[in-house]
Every structure is written in C-alpha cells, then in structure tokens.
Design a protein around this ligand. Structure first.
Ligand code: PEP
Ligand code: MG
Length: 313
C-alpha cells in the first residue's frame, strides 16, 4: 500500500498544503546518470565529482572534465544541477591532491582546503564546469565542500563567479559553519547541508567506523539544532537551504528537516518516491510540530521514536 501511495504522487515536491520542497537526486558518477536522469526529480542536488579523480596519479585535464560535465548537463537540460567541487581527503584520499602523512585526515587538508594547497586544481575544474555549462539549458549551481569560515565562502563564490557561473554556494558540514551560518550565507546564493560530515564533526565520531553508528545517527538532536540554525540563517537572507546527506533519504526525518526550514532534499533516486509521498501527506505546520518533537528529545533514538509515534497516531 505504501508503494502504491508513493507511486500515485508525482511532480515537484510539496507538502499537503502546497509548500514547495524541491526534491533532487544525488549523483556520484556517469554510470549512475541514466537512472538519475530518469527519476522524477527537479534535478541534481549533489553531483559528487570525485569519481573523475579516483584511481589515478594526476588530476584529469580540462577537456576530460568538460566532456563528463557536458553529459550530465545535457541529461538534465532544463533542470538544476548542483555541482560540488572536488572533495578530496579524509574518506576520499587522492595522491595528487592530499597529503599521505596526515595523522588525522578528516581534520586535515580536505575539501575546499585542497584548493589553497593547489589553486590550479580548483581553477581547472571551474573552467571545465563553465565550458560545459554553456551548451545546455541546465541551471548549473556550484558549491564547495568542507567550508569552515565565512572568508572561505567569500573567496570561493568570487572564484566561481569569475568563471561566469552565476550561482555559487557552500556546503555546511562543519559545526563552525552552521554556528556562524549567518556570516557564511552573506556571499552565498544558497547553502547545502551535508549531514554525513556534520554528524561526524558535531559528535566527534569517525564516519567510517561502523561501531560508532549511534553517534553518527542524523536524528541526533545536536545535528538537528545545527540544521535549524543553518535554515534560519538562510531564511533571513531568503536563500535556499538544502540537505544532501543521507538524512534526506529517511521519509520521517525528511519531514523533520522541512519543519526545521530546509527548502530542498537530495537523495539517491530510489529514495525519492517515499520522501515525496511523506511530504504530500503532511502540512508544513505538521512538519514544524514533528521538528519540535525531535529537537526536544534528549537523544537520537527518542527523537526518532517521538516522531514515528506521532506519525502512527
Ligand atoms: C555529507 O557529508 O553529508 C555529504 C553529502 O557529502 P559526502 O557524503 O560526499 O561527504
Ligand atoms: Mg561531506
């Protein structure tokens, strides 16, 4: 019955009372492109570009990158594609972009920090995105991973715009970025919350360790507080604030995120129908109530139980 209900709702995401919530897909490589493009979505909320850079000892050149980005923009002509610039380091080490000898790679030179170490990497990537964006009608947004400071967001967005790409933003996946989201939002056109890393850094728990799953649970009220702060900062400036971490794939948690003020959700294509159906069944006020229940719970499992119990009533 749940599947029939999910299939009967189509088109742009919205709550039962018509509040729009863009539903987007995560894309991790060209092999996933056909399924991603075929899914009922408003576009790509997180295009992870690491796939082009893996298993090689030097960065791909501009032509090779342009060709890959073209394929994606062509498949999503008329829709939004949020491209994340290279997120090397930590769980995604790359010999040409990251140092092999860092004692704590998750706290080292990763994400946007690699651009300070080697500006050429980011420049080539932005040039390739810009060249590919000219040919198709996709709305290309560009965002940086692992932004910690407002100054980093300002430098990044200036660089993106210098390449003629008009929409630039920052991922919020470091607690400092969420705590100071008001400042971070200043130079940005949008924010996108990465709940996988946000949970890792908020709870000081390595995301690659399965035995720390409880700490990494995106229902952790501390993570929800950081999401709420980010959404409020975005709303104050009228900026879109998305969630592109795994949290967006859980229909009950998706309702909570919308109740916290998140304006778009991005997840694996197969997860979207259930998220869309959950939204269509609940009003924005109801989502806000569920968010309140989750945030006032003392821990992740009671937050989840409180929301699931309310939904079952
Ligand atoms: C995240 O950290 O939540 C995220 C979406 O990025 P990644 O999982 O690629 O680090
Ligand atoms: Mg991340």
């Amino acid at each position: 019955r749940a599947r029939r209900a999910a299939e009967s709702v189509a088109g742009p995401g919205r709550t039962a009372d018509g509040h729009p919530v863009a539903l987007l897909v995560n894309l991790g490589g060209l092999a996933e492109l056909p399924a991603a493009a075929a899914a009922d979505s408003e576009g790509v909320g997180l295009f992870r570009t690491e796939f082009l850079h893996l298993d090689r000892d030097r960065a791909p050149g501009m032509e090779e990158q342009t060709a890959a980005y073209r394929e994606v923009f062509a498949a999503f002509a008329g829709r939004r594609v949020v491209v994340r610039t290279l997120d090397a380091g930590a769980d995604k080490p790359l010999p040409f972009a990251t140092a092999a000898d860092e004692p704590n790679p998750a706290l080292g030179v990763r994400g946007l920090r690699t651009a300070a170490r080697d500006p050429h990497l980011l420049e080539t990537q932005l040039a390739a995105i810009s060249a590919a964006a000219e040919d198709f009608g996709a709305q290309v947004w560009v965002m940086a991973p692992m932004v910690s400071l407002p100054r980093e967001a300002a430098d990044f967005t200036a660089r993106v715009r210098a390449h003629g790409l008009p929409v630039a933003g920052a991922m919020v996946e470091v607690p400092a970025a969420a705590l100071r989201a008001r400042n971070l939002a200043g130079p940005c056109d949008f924010l996108s919350i990465g709940t996988n890393d946000l949970a890792q850094y908020a709870l000081a728990a390595d995301r690659t360790l399965g035995n720390l799953a409880e700490l990494l649970d995106p229902w952790q009220p501390a993570v929800l507080d950081l999401v709420a702060m980010t959404a409020e900062a975005g709303a104050a400036r009228d900026l879109p604030v998305g969630v592109c971490g795994e949290a967006a794939a859980d229909p009950a948690l998706a309702l909570v995120l919308v109740g916290l003020g998140v304006t778009s959700l991005s997840a694996a294509p197969g997860c979207l129908p259930a998220v869309r159906a959950a939204l269509a069944a609940h009003s924005l006020d109801r989502c806000r109530h569920l968010a309140h229940l989750a945030r006032t719970a003392p821990d992740a499992s009671s937050a989840r139980t409180a929301v699931l119990t309310a939904l079952a009533d």
